[in-house]
Design a protein around this ligand. Structure first.
Ligand code: NAI
Length: 358
């Protein structure tokens, strides 16, 4: 589903979007449990304004499912390896489904021992980490999540790609009904933003990406590698993610991590890491939540700098989009809805596509 032209955007209810995606995933061959959980996750992403990880991905998932690159009726299991540690074996089922299942033993373990360090071994793409963070905060726990992704990023000073856009997310419970969630890729910009510039025929800032030779480029068509956030610092963070979510679990790491658009008939063997902490074992949940609530309020009361309307707490844009979407519906390109409503499963568009193709 590429966006070369100006797309007409329409509003749909979250229920309708969910139903259409659930049907399409099942039509592609995914079993009901996995399809329902994936559709729930993708609906959340679009509602939260994280459109890069919502309905836009269904056609690609359908192609991978249809070609056998996702395990149906997977043999998933939790292997507890210590009082606060464990490995959740995902059997290369849909990542959204696997990571959501892994939260159950992780939350239970954190409540019991104060902390849970749970790695997920072998799963498909797990979407937006914010989805899991919301559930962790709802369980009154502090959470950190990280996952591996396609190797599309040059190490600081490099002209060849090595790590993925390896995201890191954090959440903390508070007394309001909006969770405090910070969730970011460790690259300056997501690939989707460069695609967007390409489709609009505009230049990109020179700190987003490099060309084939490793020169910073402002031409979105010349991009051959993404840049880490803040040079060596983002580079270090994405390495940390790869070690905690990959190496620690014995999974492929670095440039051996599988690519989204290669070998669609095979599982991706991706890894994820959840670290959950119970404030009850530290300051106590009530004082913790009160102080977080206070911090969020303080932040939003900071005097804005010239050029800014207001200061928001991290994650506020997503929370506001989510609450708005509940009432007003979700904004989705019409072409995506047309595809979801059609009888088409997929168009064999993604297999073998280069990471930096349209
Ligand atoms: P982003 O750049 O849109 O946002 C990063 C963070 O900054 C968010 O917490 C956001 O709420 C916050 N933020 C943005 N504007 C703000 C403002 N004006 N004031 C205060 N806070 C603000 O996120 P990015 O890096 O584009 O990542 C998007 C999503 O992609 C994430 O949900 C991430 O989990 C997901 N992802 C998933 C991957 C996977 O393989 N599963 C790979 C890479 C990213």
């Amino acid at each position: 589903m590429s966006a070369h032209h100006e797309e007409k955007i329409i509003k749909v209810s979250p229920e309708r979007l969910y139903n259409l995606m659930n049907q399409k995933l099942q039509a592609a061959g995914l079993d009901q449990d996995q399809a329902e959980e994936t559709a729930k996750h993708l609906t959340f992403a679009d509602m939260s304004g994280i459109h890069s990880h919502g309905a836009v991905r269904v056609e690609y998932y359908a192609e991978r499912i249809n070609k056998g690159g996702i395990t149906n009726q997977p043999n998933i299991s939790f292997e507890q390896t210590g009082p606060s540690t464990g490995i959740f074996h995902g059997d290369n089922a849909q990542g959204h489904f696997v990571a959501n299942k892994a939260l159950v033993p992780a939350i239970g373990m954190a409540k019991e021992s104060g902390v849970a360090v749970v790695g997920i071994s072998k799963m498909g793409h797990s979407g937006t980490l914010s989805y899991y963070m919301r559930k962790i905060a709802d369980a009154n726990l502090v959470g950190i999540a990280m996952c591996q992704s396609d190797p599309m990023v040059v190490p600081f000073g490099g002209a060849e790609n090595y790590f993925g856009t390896n995201p890191i997310a954090f959440c903390a419970p508070n007394n309001g009904d909006e969770p405090l969630i910070f969730d970011m890729a460790t690259t300056v910009q997501a690939w989707g933003k460069i695609l967007d510039a390409r489709s609009k025929g505009i230049e990109i800032p020179d700190n987003w990406a490099v060309d084939q030779k490793g020169h910073p480029t402002t031409d979105p068509n010349q991009v051959n590698g993404l840049l880490p956030i803040s040079g060596p610092k983002g580079y270090g963070l994405m390495m940390m993610v790869d070690i905690l979510a990959g190496v620690l679990l014995g999974l492929p790491s670095g440039n051996e991590v599988s690519s989204m658009y290669h070998n669609l008939h095979e599982g991706r063997n991706l890894g994820q890491m959840f670290i959950l902490i119970d404030p009850e074992k530290f300051v106590g949940i009530e004082p913790f939540k009160a102080q977080i609530t206070n911090m969020m309020r303080n932040l939003t009361q900071i005097i804005p700098a010239p050029g800014f309307d207001r200061v928001q707490y991290p994650g506020q844009p997503g929370n506001e989009a989510y609450n708005r979407a509940k009432v007003e519906g979700v904004l989705i390109p019409e072409s995506i809805i047309n595809y979801l409503e059609s009888d088409d499963i997929h168009f064999d568009n993604y297999e073998g596509m280069g990471a930096f193709a349209n």
